[in-house]
Design a protein around this ligand. Structure first.
Ligand code: ADP
Length: 426
């Protein structure tokens, strides 16, 4: 196993379910890599632990190789072997955990949305800590993210600190309180946590269903510091309207709870060097921006007769949080006002996906509207570059990265004043 190099800074280990560009669903992936790189630049030793998904973008992982030991990890009263892989993603050392469990937890062709997500990620959280213990890591900070790895906090204090993995303090960042990871209390037992000890109102018991446990609540209660992704959202989630049932827990732990505004990775998102763009440009030479607009119109079959016709972009997960009815309205209003509209989005919610497929078909060969209903990293870069304006009509928004990316690419963000969209945008 690799031992931790000595470094003058802190040793920070992120344990997460996403990391851009290899395993990204939304902003969480961007932040794990962006924050990791930023801390590394400041001289800290940063390592990341991820599940080894079958559907990762393996071509973006450098020097991927398996370590020659298997790690035994407890689940459902048995030990399961895990193969540990190591590689580098954009200069960051990353460990990938491949469980040898018959349920093939990360061999599903997708990252989330499986019936056993609670089991998949409680397994991963435990295996990640087991790996750190057996590898002899002595991190200063273990940083876990969202409900998928919030299990780390109770697992660390109840099981791993007593076993000797006790150099660290735990930071839990919640990127969106809408997703909390709840399950019947007994399901907690699988990863070795004791439900009778934790299913209590001041510990992991869900605030609305008392026979259920809530992993985000466990992350809040058992971490040393809890952060969320913007100051405004940190205020909103302390209220009963914005707290998704966790406002009382957050208020009880308010001394260790803080909102820190996310930033974007300005190397990955840089129109002057962006290899996905047909033409690079910068703030003092915008000719390239016009050429990207031309290229996108040509590729999507939109009319290019009027170069001054404004192009409105929107890149989003199509979920109720993002204001899907307002996005739909914006498509028709843009058309009415003489603009062009390009939407890149996909939805895990079947009725929303169907509705937008209907709109996409309706405008299939239209001169001014195009809806592309999939996840496409390279197209997203070109749309930011081509857009004059960018809409983000979120109903709530913990931080939002697309307003920052669009500003970086010279497109004016038009947003609803909520959460991070209300905070400083640069
Ligand atoms: P969230 O995390 O709620 O999805 P954010 O604004 O924090 O929202 O982050 C969204 C990130 O995901 C941005 O980097 C955005 O460009 C990207 N993204 C969203 N939908 C798509 C898509 N369909 N194709 C490519 N990238 C997408």
């Amino acid at each position: 196993l690799l031992s931790s190099a000595t470094s003058p800074g802190l040793h920070v280990i992120h344990i997460a379910a996403e990391m851009a560009p290899v395993a990204k669903v939304g902003g969480l992936g961007d932040v794990v890599s962006g924050l990791g790189k930023a801390l590394q630049k400041k001289g800290h030793l940063v390592e990341i632990v991820l599940p080894k998904y079958d559907c990762m973008q393996y071509d973006r992982v450098c020097d991927l190789r398996a370590l020659d030991v298997l790690i035994d990890s407890y689940f459902d009263r048995q030990l399961y072997k895990n193969k540990i892989w190591v590689g580098t993603i954009e200069g960051l050392p990353v460990y990938f955990i491949e469980p040898h469990h018959p349920d093939k937890f990360f061999w599903r062709g997708k990252f989330y949305g499986e019936h056993d997500d609670f089991r998949r990620f409680s397994f991963f959280s435990r295996a990640a800590l087991e790996f750190l213990l057996q590898a002899g890591k002595k991190p200063d900070i273990i940083h876990c993210h969202d409900w998928q790895t919030a299990f780390i906090a109770p697992l660390y204090w109840d099981i791993y600190a007593p076993k000797g993995l006790n150099s660290a303090r735990i930071c839990f960042t919640c990127h969106n309180f809408e997703y909390q990871g709840t399950a019947a209390a007994s399901e907690l037992e699988s990863c070795g946590l004791e439900s009778h000890h934790l299913n209590r109102p001041d510990r992991m018991q869900d605030n609305s269903a008392h026979d259920r446990v809530n992993s985000v609540k466990g992350g809040i209660v058992f971490s040393n510091i809890v952060t969320t992704v913007s100051p405004t959202y940190a205020q909103e989630v302390r209220t009963s309207e914005g707290g998704h049932g966790l406002h009382s827990t957050l208020s009880a732990h308010s001394k260790k709870f803080i909102g820190i505004l996310n930033g974007i990775d300005t190397d990955a998102w840089n129109p002057a060097t962006d290899a996905f763009l047909p033409v690079q440009y910068n703030a003092t030479d915008l000719q390239g921006k016009a050429e990207n607009k031309q290229a996108l119109r040509r590729n999507l079959g939109l009319s290019s007769t009027d170069v001054r016709r404004p192009l409105v972009g929107c890149i989003t997960r199509l979920v109720p949080q993002k204001g899907v009815h307002l996005i739909r309205h914006a498509i028709y209003l843009t058309l009415e006002l003489g603009g062009q509209f390009v939407l890149l989005g996909s939805s895990p919610v079947p009725h929303i996906q169907n509705e937008f497929e209907g709109i996409a078909n309706h405008f299939q060969n239209h001169d001014h509207i195009r809806l592309i209903l999939k996840y496409d990293e390279s197209l997203s870069h070109v749309i930011y570059a081509a857009s004059d304006m960018f809409i983000i009509p979120s109903i709530f928004e913990p931080c939002g990265l697309t307003q920052m990316i669009s500003m970086r690419y010279g497109a004016i963000p038009i947003v609803r004043k909520t959460g991070g969209l209300n905070d400083r945008l640069t």
